[in-house]
Design a protein around this ligand. Structure first.
Ligand code: TZP
Ligand code: MG
Length: 210
């Protein structure tokens, strides 16, 4: 899974134990992979470092088995320690330039775009993919600033050729619209994690993106 400018991962699962309300989170991850998820991000917000490291190791074993890239949210040191494929950070995390200067080019770096001003930031050049966040308001993440909507994806598309990951309220009813507006990847939490049948939920989304 080389780190390059393309992003051949149309269906992106963002997982946390808390959001997996019907099944064990590792079962959700495995069923989602079997259903067609292309890439997984571990996003645990209320975990000790020790717990996060353990979870990251468990998920890494699974993603390695299926040769799926694994991204760690926020914790750059843990991403390095477990040899994750990538890391995803936002405006309040370690800046992408610092990730590169501290750890070199070992990680694919994703950056959440919440403000238009970020598109003019020097940081953008150090980033491999952009999380367009959020597209719609969502109960999964309540501390968002504003929403981009489908039109926002189109506007941002004119400003950068980098891979876009659309996140926030993405589900069967709107994923294709986000894709057609210029997103390269659709990231979901609840559409898969809160499903009683993560494999089927993933399969249906993946079919839509073909
Ligand atoms: N970042 C922006 S919105 C969001 C994250 C992690 C949560 C998306 O959750 P859902 O359930 O897919 O709307
Ligand atoms: Mg963050």
């Amino acid at each position: 899974m080389p780190i390059h400018d393309a992003f051949p991962y149309p269906l992106y699962l963002v997982i946390s134990e808390r959001d997996c309300t019907k099944k064990h989170w590792l079962t959700v991850a495995e069923e989602a992979i079997l259903g067609g998820v292309d890439i997984i991000q571990l996003r645990e917000k209320d975990c000790s470092r020790h717990e996060l490291l353990q979870k990251a190791r468990e998920l890494k074993r699974l993603t390695d088995r299926y040769q799926i890239p694994l991204i760690i949210n926020d914790a750059v040191d843990i991403a390095i320690e477990i040899q994750a494929w990538g890391v995803h950070v936002g405006r309040s995390d370690m800046p992408p330039s610092e990730i590169i200067s501290t750890y070199g080019q070992h990680l694919s770096v994703g950056w959440s775009i919440e403000l238009m001003s970020q598109m003019r930031s020097e940081e953008l050049q150090h980033v491999q993919h952009l999380g367009i966040s959020p597209i719609f308001s969502t109960a999964t993440k309540k501390d968002t600033i504003s929403t981009w909507g489908i039109t926002g994806i189109r506007e941002l598309r004119n400003l950068s050729p980098k891979p876009f990951i659309a996140i926030g309220g993405m589900q069967l009813a709107n994923a294709k619209k986000a894709f057609d507006a210029g997103a390269n990847s659709i990231a979901v939490v609840s559409a898969i994690c809160a499903s009683g049948d993560p494999r089927k939920a993933s399969h249906e989304l993946k079919e839509l993106l073909k």
